[in-house]
Ligand binder design. Structure first.
Ligand code: HEC
Length: 197
């Protein structure tokens, strides 16, 4: 037992400090609380406070590159939907761009075919399918408004996706709607006309 205890201690200490068991301790070994210091782990909230989504908050009033400030508040979804016009038309290039952005940004929650089955939905509230009649009836501007301002648990993408790219995503969602069947409304039916917080 007398022999085992020190051995046990050394093995545990080596694991604690990330040393492969049996290797020589390097000089940082003296900093006993190194493993214990305040530090950021990836995807654990942000150091500037408040944001728990794992994304670091960009400085206040920042915009995606080349963008203009977006004039509508989150509650003005219907107004944005009525006034905004998609500046893009569906071409192989714009659809390819929309697919690219969708499959890099929206896919995590919405899933490859926008059915609301993205990989994070085991941990995150499941989004409704974007193939429902409800979203088909949205104007392009109304679809655009949701990622710009966020909606309930969906965060705003204003600072991370350029507006031009979001319009391309809208075209891509329309293209999906054109070739995929209409999805039934989600079980917890959402209030008609959009969810205004
Ligand atoms: C972090 C997860 C997440 C990401 C990323 C995300 N969404 Fe969402 N989205 C949601 C959730 C959750 C909802 C449902 C919000 C609610 O309860 O009203 C939603 C709702 C929507 C709606 C409204 C559907 C409806 O029936 O009201 C649209 C449109 C939409 N998202 C588009 C997008 C687009 C386009 C992108 C990519 C640019 C995107 N979302 C990225 C989670 C996400």
């Amino acid at each position: 037992m007398r022999r085992i205890l020190p051995l046990l201690f050394m093995t545990t200490a080596a694991c604690e400090f990330g040393l492969p068991a049996g290797s020589e301790p390097h000089r940082e070994f003296n900093f006993l609380d190194m493993a214990d210091q305040p530090k950021m782990k990836p995807q654990r909230g942000d150091i500037f406070g408040g944001n728990t989504t794992g994304m670091q908050a960009p400085p206040p009033k920042s915009l995606a590159q080349h963008d203009n400030p977006y004039p509508y508040t989150q509650a003005e979804a219907d107004k944005a939907g009525a006034e905004l016009v998609n500046p893009l038309t569906a071409t192989p290039t714009s659809l390819k761009r929309g697919k690219f952005i969708f499959e890099n940004v929206c896919i995590a929650c919405h899933g490859k075919e926008a059915a609301g089955d993205g990989l994070v939905t085991k941990l995150f509230p499941k989004p409704p399918s974007l193939m429902t009649q409800r979203v088909r009836d949205f104007s392009d501007g109304r679809i655009f408004h949701v990622p710009m301002r966020g909606q309930n648990s969906m965060p705003s993408h204003e600072k991370i996706v350029a507006q031009q790219d979001l319009w391309a995503v809208v075209l891509y969602i329309r293209e999906l709607q054109g070739r995929l069947p209409v999805a039934p409304p989600p079980p917890a039916a959402q209030p008609a006309g959009g969810v205004t917080p």
